[in-house]
Design a protein around this ligand. Sequence first.
Ligand SMILES: CSC[C@H]1O[C@H](OP(=O)(O)O)[C@H](O)[C@@H]1O
Ligand SMILES: Nc1ncnc2[nH]cnc12
Length: 290
Amino acid sequence: MTSYLGVIGGSGLYQIDGLQHPEWVTVDTPWGAPSDQILTGMLGDTYMAFLPRHGRGHVHSPSTVPYRANIDALKRIGATDIVSVSACGSFREDMAPGDFVIVDQFIDRTFAREKSFFGQGCVAHVSVAHPTCPRLGAACAEAARAAGVTVHDSGTYLAMEGPQFSTLAESKMYRDSWGADVIGMTNMPEAKLAREAELCYASVAMITDYDSWHPDHGEVDVTQIIATLLGNAGKARDMVARLPALLGSEDRGPCQHGCDRALEHAILTAPDARDPALVARLDAVAGRVL
Ligand SMILES: CSC[C@H]1O[C@H](OP(=O)(O)O)[C@H](O)[C@@H]1O
Ligand SMILES: Nc1ncnc2[nH]cnc12
């Protein structure tokens, strides 16, 4: 399969530069409209698509981002790989503002979002034991280092509902008892949905603050986050621009980690018991196995 790179830009990253033949396209999905139009184009020989998670102008809150429509839309236009770029707080002294963390585990504390494409009439259970694609994560790490960023190759992301930041007690619990490394509000259910859609998914956390646990830093505030983000947005764009050369544009065969076969044995509903309306909605996400 030929690589087609989709990038989901988080807070502070609402567009990317340098695409050849750039075009903002409208993509409709059975799950509603995505966060915004999708910027498509080429970077060298590689097809690329960029979707601002909160929409241009930052319209969607973490709870109202249309996660299912976003993943469906990227798959529908042909994306095979999704790199998520997100602003995050840090629970570790050595993961400092300005550093990037290649997230490889999540703790999902979100509760007010649609978390699956499947449900009554077509039930599926995919594994998210290893929720990110190591090949894609390694490419992001290499690209970010080449862009001059301090990169941490592994980290656990606590996904909270928001939109308020954590209390001090929550911040200390996530850090001391739960072993989380970074905190944000958006990577879940995004990563779970990417797995259901059989897409390779990597998450790059751009550290903007120390949340509220750090005795030498005040509590997190959004002005400080945006200031750090603006300082980092250029490096994030530089990282993205370096990815196609690292991922290659030629046929790469099946994902060696199985991301593109996640649904192989996941659907439990018998073919004759499936809801035709739901099966129709799953055309892009699960058409391969339905
Ligand atoms: C701008 S502060 C909080 C906001 O930033 C992060 O967004 P994203 O993950 O899309 O970069 C965080 O998750 C919150 O939504
Ligand atoms: N401390 C924090 N908590 C949740 N989301 C964030 N995004 C950036 N910093 C954050």
